[in-house]
Ligand binder design. Structure first.
Ligand code: TYM
Length: 353
């Protein structure tokens, strides 16, 4: 069975929106049928921006609850083939990052988007922390430690997967031959491939222009109160050329229909598209249908949310079991890595085989 690791950072307020769901969580659920899945809450990554103890704890718990709920809502409590854990519960990620730092060229990391975007905004160098700069190396460690064959992510993360691949290649090249190769005789790291389905690579926000993102205020939430979701749906970009409900309307670029393609009933959506093109249905009616479809689609998840929210011991158990399994895999990889690079406590006094 092929294996993958993917992660979500508890940034913003830790809640998930339909962009995260379509671009990430839904893909995890689909792939879990025939993949060994390691899913982590990337709390170490969140330290680049969140430096307030209460906020980090709250965000992490919120994300755990949001993500687990979506997974349990569709797959049931046994979560087949899924190992769900907190990144900081497996400190070996950080050890591997330290090791990988030494095979990572500075230029490679200087070309990374997150850092370059900060520079483009004319942020002073002293206001960029090393955690942010070095973020792609920690992400490479996350991915490589589980020998991931693929990494399901949205397009914004593609460059990070390519960097992880470059780092793995360099490590394998440096430590892949002669006496320094891994005990197994094989190279240590699997080269990961990004897994980015085209239709959800970038889910646009309700403004119809930019990637859906909490920080841009263009999201549709999953677990918020119904009134908030309704407000978000009612504010969604449709067709600016259409003034009256009986004007013929456009479907392309109309975000209500973009979302309906994912969450509505196919036959009904096609019928509504026809009505919309002919000016036979109002924006309000299609938005109401989107709102109902979203509530229906996430009914089970919203119920699981209440169930998990009232059972912290169960959540803790899932995380504990996940951390143990992840640690045991990561420990095996680190043993190979330490062996390959010469960090072993053998005391054989100079007979290095
Ligand atoms: P993060 O937390 O920003 O996003 C989590 C996942 O959701 C995807 N995503 C989207 N996909 C499509 N359309 C959107 N509007 C949208 N918004 C978010 C992201 O692409 C991502 O897949 N650095 C990562 C977390 C991470 C990670 C890893 C991922 C840490 N280590 C190792 C994979 C492997 C991040 O901050 O994602």
């Amino acid at each position: 069975m092929k294996r993958f690791l993917s992660g979500i950072t508890p940034s913003g307020d830790g809640t998930l929106h339909i962009g995260n769901y379509l671009g990430a969580v839904k893909q995890f659920i689909k792939l879990s049928v025939n993949h060994d899945c390691y899913l982590m809450v990337a709390d170490l990554h969140a330290l680049t921006t969140i430096q307030n103890k209460e906020q980090l704890q709250k965000n992490t718990e919120t994300l755990i609850l949001n993500e687990l709920t979506l997974l349990v809502g569709e797959l049931g409590l046994s979560l087949p083939n899924i190992t769900f854990f907190r990144q900081s519960d497996v400190p070996l990620h950080a050890e591997l990052q330290t090791i990988l730092n030494n095979v990572t060229p500075l230029g490679l990391i200087k070309r990374a988007h997150a850092y370059k975007d900060k520079l483009a905004k004319e942020t002073a160098l002293d206001d960029i922390n090393m955690g942010l700069f070095n973020y792609p190396v920690l992400m490479a460690a996350d991915i490589l430690i589980y020998k991931s064959d693929l990494v399901p992510v949205g397009r914004d993360q593609k460059q990070h997967i390519e960097i992880a691949r470059d780092i793995a290649e360099r490590f394998n090249k440096i430590y892949g031959s002669g006496k320094r190769k891994a005990a197994s005789g094989k190279t240590v790291f699997t080269l990961p491939e990004p897994y980015i389905p085209e239709d959800v690579a970038v889910v646009l926000g309700t403004d119809g222009k930019r990637k859906m993102s909490k920080s841009l205020g263009n999201i549709i939430s999953i677990f918020e109160d119904e009134e908030i979701i309704k407000k978000q749906v009612m504010g969604t970009f449709t067709d600016p050329t259409r003034i009256h409900a009986d004007d013929p309307g456009h479907i392309e670029g109309n975000m209500v229909f973009t979302y309906l393609d994912f969450f509505g009933v196919k036959g009904k959506v096609e019928e509504l598209k026809g009505f919309y093109r002919r000016g036979q249905v109002s924006d309000m009616e299609v938005k109401n249908y989107l709102f109902e479809s979203l509530l229906k689609y996430f009914t089970k998840a919203r119920e699981s949310y209440k169930e998990l929210n009232s059972n912290p011991a169960l959540v803790q158990k899932i995380l504990q079991e996940g951390a143990e399994k992840a640690r045991s895999f990561a420990e095996k990889t680190l043993t190979e890595v330490r062996e390959a690079i010469g960090l072993t406590n053998k005391y054989s006094f100079f007979s290095y085989n």
